[in-house]
Design a protein around this ligand. Structure first.
Ligand code: HEC
Ligand code: HEC
Ligand code: HEC
Ligand code: HEC
Length: 205
């Protein structure tokens, strides 16, 4: 039997080459499928909630992105995990250090989480600022907003945001979680350079 297989491999007929190519292709497809399945699994709300249940999850569940009149929900990964392959892989690799932090107890209590929160929020803000709030724009965008249906402040701010090149996260911090304890963050809901021009702009939502 073995001998025959060796023989078959040594003197490949067109058939044999074809079979090998086919088997390899199927193998690659299975691996790729498993890989994507794994990626998908680590994108579910359940997966994230297993670790974040005692910190951000209750806050998120009280937010409009969890439950709203339209029944469209933004999950953790919709805001935190890029859709594009490259950035997604980078985020996944970074995330594996979170698992380490969890196992080693670096941030395993609410207190430790709060102490660490500003640092984490700042990293998320920087990431979103750098990609022009891509994750928000996967669902929302200025072009499709009916400004006339928005509150006056929102209308005015969104019109100016476009002119002045501001991105969602410049103004909409703390939309799904509590803001970290820090001085000035509430006041900075609207970027300082936009406030100067118009003293009457409300400083906070
Ligand atoms: C195994 C536990 C675990 C799982 C699962 C997990 N996290 Fe985390 N996450 C942590 C820990 C611990 C930290 C704090 C890490 C640190 O200090 O570096 C963290 C930090 C974060 C941060 C802050 C990142 C930063 O740059 O500081 C975000 C955002 C986050 N997690 C989102 C998610 C999302 C979204 C998911 C699901 C796709 C998820 N996490 C799944 C344990 C976990
Ligand atoms: C998966 C799609 C999705 C993503 C991603 C998403 N949103 Fe939303 N957003 C919604 C939906 C749906 C609503 C609720 C609409 C309604 O009022 O019924 C909403 C509501 C809002 C509101 C109104 C809040 C209120 O109190 O009425 C703001 C502000 C907002 N989103 C900003 C953002 C920002 C900033 C991001 C990125 C960090 C973001 N969204 C990401 C779908 C999304
Ligand atoms: C210059 C600051 C600024 C920027 C940039 C900005 N917004 Fe807003 N947005 C506001 C203000 C102020 C409000 C009104 C806040 C409120 O009523 O709670 C608002 C309200 C909203 C609302 C609710 C509208 C309503 O009438 O209920 C949504 C949705 C929203 N913004 C989404 C976005 C998205 C998505 C982006 C990025 C594409 C964005 N915003 C960029 C300042 C901004
Ligand atoms: C609508 C978008 C959105 C959704 C949905 C969302 N987040 Fe966030 N998250 C943010 C933004 C924006 C920040 C940056 C800090 C801020 O502005 O609150 C953040 C910050 C964080 C942080 C850093 C700590 C902090 O509070 O700043 C963690 C951890 C986190 N998110 C985990 C999660 C998990 C887990 C889920 C799902 C249960 C989730 N997020 C759902 C937008 C979102």
């Amino acid at each position: 039997m073995i001998k025959r297989i060796c023989q078959w491999l040594r003197t490949p007929s067109k058939m044999a080459v074809g079979t090998l190519v086919l088997i390899t292709a199927i193998g690659v497809m299975l691996l790729w499928g498993g890989f994507n399945k794994g990626l998908e699994m680590t994108n579910t709300e359940q997966f994230c909630s297993d670790c974040h249940m005692n910190d951000v999850v209750p806050e998120y569940r009280a937010s409009v992105h969890y439950s709203n009149r339209s029944g469209v929900k933004a999950e953790c990964s919709d805001c935190h995990v890029p859709h594009e392959f490259g950035p997604k892989m980078i985020r996944k690799i970074q995330a594996s250090t979170e698992v380490w932090a969890h196992i080693t107890g670096k941030v395993d209590t609410k207190e430790k989480f709060e102490a660490h929160r500003l640092e984490m929020a700042e990293r998320e803000w920087a990431r979103m600022k750098a990609n022009d709030s891509q994750e928000c724009r996967n669902c929302h965008n200025f072009e499709d907003m009916d400004f006339t249906q928005q509150k006056t402040v929102a209308q005015e701010m969104h019109a100016r945001a476009q002119d002045e090149g501001k991105t969602c996260i410049d103004c909409h911090k703390g939309i799904a979680h509590h803001l970290p304890q820090m001085k000035g963050v509430q006041e900075s809901f609207i970027p300082a350079d936009m406030l100067k021009k118009d003293e009457s702009t409300p400083a906070n939502k």
